[in-house]
Ligand binder design. Structure first.
Ligand SMILES: Nc1ncnc2c1ncn2[C@@H]1O[C@H](COP(=O)(O)OP(=O)(O)OP(=O)(O)O)[C@@H](O)[C@H]1O
Ligand SMILES: [Mg+2]
Length: 214
């Protein structure tokens, strides 16, 4: 087992799909995410790779990744320690109308670098003391070439979650966000329409999945 003391204060510890996930914060400087994956789980999605790759691709203007290291424990588990820069700020409970532009700007800067958050849930955003918004979890990120049909389809899926979980399905606020995003990305009406079609299909798929689970 790793010596957790070196990672700072334990913020959260939980089990998910048989895997232990811990989050440590050290001096408002560094976040450590530690994963303990049992040998019996062969196909773990490896969020540390997604997050490290996303932060590397985002580069300037985004928090740094300090990389990850993996080792097998004596009990046949895989222990992974991933470290990244801490984002000082407060959890976001809702986005005000005035912040829709900031949100569009943030998504534009992420997407222009070929990164899709793929988990645009409200608990994955932080607001800093200057009022800027940040995404703090790229553990499910996807990558692609901005401007392509496939990339725009993934943006549509991204916005289905954002529409539902960040903008509470408020249509007029979502329209305002999408208009701002389309203008910042200089999207043609064809591209915006394609994103919107994919967003609607992804929303339908989300709702169908949910109702089937009930
Ligand atoms: N870089 C960071 N800066 C500040 N706080 C962070 C950072 N990374 C993680 N946190 C804190 O840890 C919490 C969980 O982090 P993260 O979202 O990466 O883990 P998670 O396992 O995906 O949890 P969840 O399922 O709640 O999203 C965040 O809500 C935040 O409070
Ligand atoms: Mg998260």
């Amino acid at each position: 087992m790793a010596d957790a003391g070196e990672f700072g204060e334990l913020l959260r510890q939980r089990w998910r799909r048989g895997t232990l996930r811990e989050i440590y914060i050290k001096g408002n400087d560094r976040v450590t995410k530690r994963y303990l994956v049992p040998g019996s789980i062969r196909r773990y999605p490896e969020p540390w790779i997604c997050e490290h790759r996303a932060l590397e691709k985002l580069g300037e203007g985004f928090p740094a990744s300090f990389g990850y290291r993996a080792r097998e424990t004596g009990e046949g588990e895989l222990e992974v320690v991933f470290q990244r820069a801490y984002v000082e700020g407060e959890p976001v409970s809702g986005i005000s109308d005035d912040e829709l532009e900031l949100l569009a700007d943030l998504m534009m800067r992420i997407h222009l670098r070929g990164v899709i958050v793929n988990d645009a849930a409200i608990q994955n955003f932080v607001r800093d003391s200057k009022g800027r918004l940040h995404v703090i979890d790229f553990g499910k990120a996807l990558f692609g070439k901005p401007g392509t049909l496939l990339f725009h389809a993934l943006v549509g899926k991204e916005f289905a979650k954002l529409h539902n979980e960040v903008l509470n399905e408020n249509e007029s606020r979502y329209r305002c966000f999408l208009e701002r995003y389309s203008s910042l990305m200089q999207l043609s009406s064809y591209s915006s329409g394609w994103i919107e079609l994919c967003r609607r299909i992804a929303t339908l798929a989300r709702k169908t999945r949910r109702s089937l689970r009930r």
